[in-house]
Design a protein around this ligand. Structure first.
Ligand code: MN
Length: 199
């Protein structure tokens, strides 16, 4: 694991984003979804594994509707400290624009052995790393807005950086547009409110 790419892209004298370091953290694995009004609006989906946040940018955002297959482009690992970041990234900096913590919670990677029986694996980053290598990552989210079983599947485009995020059919599947809930789960503020009044 390395944060070199993350750190190289940013000037920490200018951006309020954390410089970060590889961190050993106890307890259940955390996920976070940050709504990021950059040049183009997108949602950054991040899963904790081995002391970093494995990260995907989702242009259309996550969905609770199993019919939606949302493109998720894998981006550089982010530091764990990033999970609570919301603020304005100044103009001319990488990712310039406003970020809020749109959703946050714990997640459980799910290992699917050959016999097809699914086992919930708690606190196992290795399952996540194996899934990323394999191109299929199943997990259960327990956040404020997102809940239930999801899968990230790699599709063969863009150097293997393109994935799809899909909700599995389960009791948490819903047709409602979850993106309409547009406030931060940390500050209760919208993108527009943070933009007008940076922290
Ligand atoms: Mn972003």
């Amino acid at each position: 694991m390395s944060l070199k790419k993350y750190q190289k892209k940013r000037d920490f004298a200018r951006t309020p984003e954390p410089k970060g370091k590889l961190t050993k953290k106890e307890g259940p694995l955390i996920y976070v979804v940050q709504k990021h009004q950059a040049r183009k609006l997108h949602y950054d989906f991040r899963l904790e594994a081995e002391g970093v946040l494995k990260s995907w940018a989702i242009p259309k955002g996550p969905s609770l509707n199993p019919k939606d297959k949302r493109l998720a482009v894998m981006v550089e690992d982010h530091p764990l400290e990033y999970m609570d970041f919301e603020d304005v990234i100044p103009e001319d900096e990488y990712g310039a624009g406003t970020v809020i913590v749109w959703d946050k919670g714990v997640y459980f990677p799910i290992k699917t052995p050959k016999n097809g029986l699914k086992t919930e694996v708690r606190e196992s980053s290795q399952v996540v790393l194996d899934g990323i290598k394999k191109g299929e990552l199943n997990f259960f989210l327990n956040g404020v807005k997102l809940k239930g079983n999801f899968v990230l599947i790699r599709i063969g485009k863009n150097d293997g950086k393109n994935w799809l995020l899909i909700k599995h059919r389960d009791k948490d599947a819903k047709e409602e547009d979850i993106l309409k809930k547009d406030k931060s789960v940390i500050s209760g503020k919208t993108i527009e409110q943070i933009e007008k009044q940076p922290l």
